[in-house]
Ligand binder design. Structure first.
Ligand code: ADP
Ligand code: ZN
Length: 290
């Protein structure tokens, strides 16, 4: 059985055909321009591919409330051309198949839970630290939506003493995205993050913000595993620094088997940056069974 998968991002649209084992059989990318120019190329690609359903893991904010009149649309995005665009209705109309829909980060988490390092877990959290910071949550076996969907990147944090940078989020003066995303590193240090590998203080400040955020996620959401993905997390030296600081900050307050083994609790994404598109395959599988 074949399934279509669309990982809709702010800069590119990744389209793939996959099977029930999460194997990606083919993949293409289109730049994200406007719905009028970009979406017809995507629908053209999927037409005639004999897919049973399409899964869309989408940049946001998006309307995930199935009872809402605007279910399936992108809502208040700064990418104005996409604001109010109903990507689910457009896909259903163009392709005439069931369409599964969730956030890009819930998609990545679903990929890891179905085929990756969080396989089978009922509770887990995925955080991407890249151009932006965002997180997906599974709680009691369900992807968490709530009122809208979580916006873990905009968690407010105390500013690290002596931090030479400033928060780059236009909404907040001290949120995780504004203080720890790739662009915030560039704003703080003047060069892009991949050129800062040997500067110890860069990663100490970065680890402090991430570890502080993770403590908050653990005490509020109680995930059984935390997966860190995105471009900035390609800096592998961050992992031991984050784990050590996380342990200090939590200070023994929560005692579980999972927290005894932080090397297996705070982990890198395991699917070679395919977790998002694989999650979209799973969204399609679930939509076809609904
Ligand atoms: P996006 O968030 O746009 O989907 P990425 O997750 O690749 O894409 O994140 C891109 C951001 O991550 C950029 O700000 C970039 O500077 C940063 N980045 C990419 N690769 C690395 C790396 N190896 N080390 C540190 N930062 C990186
Ligand atoms: Zn913010």
């Amino acid at each position: 059985m074949l399934y279509g998968a669309l990982e809709a991002g702010g800069t590119k649209m990744v389209c793939a055909i996959g099977n029930e084992n999460g194997e990606i059989l083919e993949q293409v990318k289109f730049p994200t321009e406007t719905p009028e120019t970009t979406m017809p190329q995507i629908f053209e690609y999927f037409k005639g591919k004999d897919i049973k359903a399409l899964g869309i893991a989408c940049f946001g904010p998006i309307d995930l409330n199935e009872d809402s009149e605007t279910y399936g649309s992108i809502t208040t995005t700064p990418k104005l051309a996409w604001s109010g665009y109903n990507i689910v209705n457009a896909a259903k109309e163009a392709l005439g198949i069931p369409v599964g829909f969730d956030t890009d980060v819930n998609g990545s988490l679903l990929g890891e839970i179905t085929w990756g390092c969080a396989k089978g877990l009922s509770d887990a959290l995925y955080l991407t630290i890249g151009t932006g910071v965002g997180g997906g949550v599974m709680s009691n076996g369900k992807l968490l939506h709530g009122m809208l969907h979580p916006e873990l990147g905009h968690l407010l944090l105390p500013i690290v003493e002596g931090d030479p940078g400033k928060c780059v989020c236009p909404y907040h003066r001290n949120c995780l995205e504004g203080l720890a995303s790739g662009p915030s590193l560039k704003a703080r240090w003047g060069v892009s993050a991949d050129q800062l590998v040997d500067k110890k203080e860069v990663w100490e400040i970065e680890a402090e913000y991430i570890a502080t955020a993770l403590v908050t996620y653990v005490v509020t959401l109680s995930p059984k595993k935390i997966i860190l993905g995105g471009g900035v997390m390609h800096q592998e030296q961050l992992f031991p620094m984050i784990r050590a600081r996380f342990k200090e900050l939590l200070n023994g307050y929560i005692v579980t088997n999972e927290l005894e083994d932080l090397d297996n609790y705070i982990v890198p994404a395991s699917l070679n940056d395919d977790q998002g598109i694989m999650g979209a395959i799973k969204l399609a599988i679930d939509a076809s069974e609904k």
